[in-house]
Design a protein around this ligand. Structure first.
Ligand SMILES: Nc1nc2c(ncn2[C@@H]2O[C@H](COP(=O)(O)OP(=O)(O)OP(=O)(O)O)[C@@H](O)[C@H]2O)c(=O)[nH]1
Ligand SMILES: [Mg+2]
Length: 371
């Protein structure tokens, strides 16, 4: 099962195609003498404009942050240059055209739940990529897409994360048991993610014990028990209503007694606003002393996800995020911006309901899924 940001990918590529076709058409159809008046009209300028030679690099170099309004007042391409541009294989986009293209990209990103600040950062970088650049007419759309990829890549970075490798290394370096606690809102995929990680750890030869510390939700214990049996790992469980921290304590004690490599602690879903449930979580963390705390969130969550995680993180330090349900036609925005907004790295993606439907975080996957 692969990640699908289908609608975002489709919208971005359609926008880029339409824009580059329009540009190519205009370049092809315009006569040099008419070109300048088109620019004047598009810029909304009523005054008469004298067309000068193309400014030198020094002249056109923006001082500090580029002022779009100011740059619109300048007409960059003379009749002579346009004639050259008709013949040449390259084109330099007009500021007004870059503006309208960028505006469309901005809308698509915002509507796909990329946060406001991250969107603005991507837009700034895209603007810098496109401004004053000679682009080849032949594959204009590919170059625009490359520019967008570069802009997004700057935001999401290049670092991958290998969860199973990371845990294995820690265990081998003597941190044993290595305890991972899972938390998050209701129904985001915590228990399923635990099962997936247990399955993959076992596959890599690591021993695992599960802690059924969701003693609250109906059937939560049976759900984890079912996975434990399917995967073939032990589970420590109590009764419903039992103290979840004491179950986690028992699981860690079991791991110590049996020389088990990892303890995976399930917890019940909760909202960041519920003080009692948050303090219950603090107690589980205090008693089980997790080496890693993972927040499991749905990639389909809205654009307020980062703020909600930050609130959670102010009570319990979250080391990493797992974004689930990326197979459910997620808008994709959270995968781009949630890490930057919260300062917490995404470590894994859930991409289905099966044990193998989990993949390590890799920024290239995000880029390939949306551009
Ligand atoms: N399509 C898809 N479904 C998922 C994924 N992860 C979990 N699910 C499904 O989401 C539903 C909820 O998963 P759980 O693992 O029970 O979620 P939870 O966070 O433990 O839920 P609570 O304990 O009730 O808070 C189940 O039907 C899972 O099969 C995923 O990556 N993709
Ligand atoms: Mg659960």
């Amino acid at each position: 099962m692969s990640i699908m940001f289908d609608s975002l990918k489709k919208r971005l590529s359609e926008t880029i195609k339409a824009f580059s076709n329009k540009e190519k058409e205009e370049i092809g159809n315009e006569e040099p003498s008419e070109y300048n008046s088109t620019i004047a009209n598009e810029g909304g300028l009523n005054e008469e404009i004298t067309y000068n030679e193309v400014p030198t690099k020094e002249e056109s170099e923006p001082k500090g942050k580029p002022d779009r309004t100011e740059s619109k007042q300048k007409v960059k391409i003379s009749g002579i240059t346009k004639a050259k541009s008709l013949l040449s294989k390259t084109v330099r986009l007009r500021d007004s055209d870059i503006d309208s293209f960028i505006e469309q990209v901005r809308m698509i990103l915002l509507q796909s739940d990329v946060s406001f600040y991250t969107t603005e950062d991507i837009i700034d970088k895209l603007e810098n990529e496109l401004k004053d650049r000679e682009l080849s007419k032949k594959n204009l759309d590919e170059q625009l897409m490359d520019s967008l990829r570069n802009a997004i890549s700057d935001i999401i970075g290049k670092e991958k994360f290998d969860m199973i490798g990371y845990i294995s290394e820690k265990v081998e370096s003597g941190i044993k048991p290595f305890t991972v606690m899972f938390l998050g809102f209701n129904g985001t995929g915590k228990t399923t993610t635990i099962a997936k990680i247990a399955y993959n750890l076992k596959l890599k030869g690591k021993s695992v014990v599960l802690s059924a510390s969701d003693t609250f939700r109906a059937a939560a214990i049976e759900q984890l028990d079912y996975h434990a049996k399917m995967i073939g790992v032990p589970i420590i469980k109590g009764n419903y209503g039992a103290d979840p921290a004491s179950i986690a304590f028992d699981a860690v004690a079991y791991a110590k007694a049996h020389s088990t490599d990892c303890v995976l602690v399930d917890t019940s879903g909760r909202q960041e606003t519920n003080k009692n449930l948050i303090s219950e979580l603090e107690k589980i963390a205090r008693i089980s002393k997790p080496n890693l705390t993972l927040f499991v969130a749905e990639s389909v969550a809205g654009s307020d996800l980062a703020d909600r995680i930050k609130e959670f993180n102010s009570h319990i330090k979250i080391d990493g995020l797992v974004l689930t349900k990326l197979d459910c036609d997620a808008k994709g925005g959270n995968a781009i911006s949630v890490s930057r907004e919260t300062g917490i790295p995404i470590m894994m993606f859930g991409v289905g309901e099966g044990y193998t439907d989990i993949i390590n975080y890799d920024p290239k996957i995000i880029l390939d899924s949306m551009t």
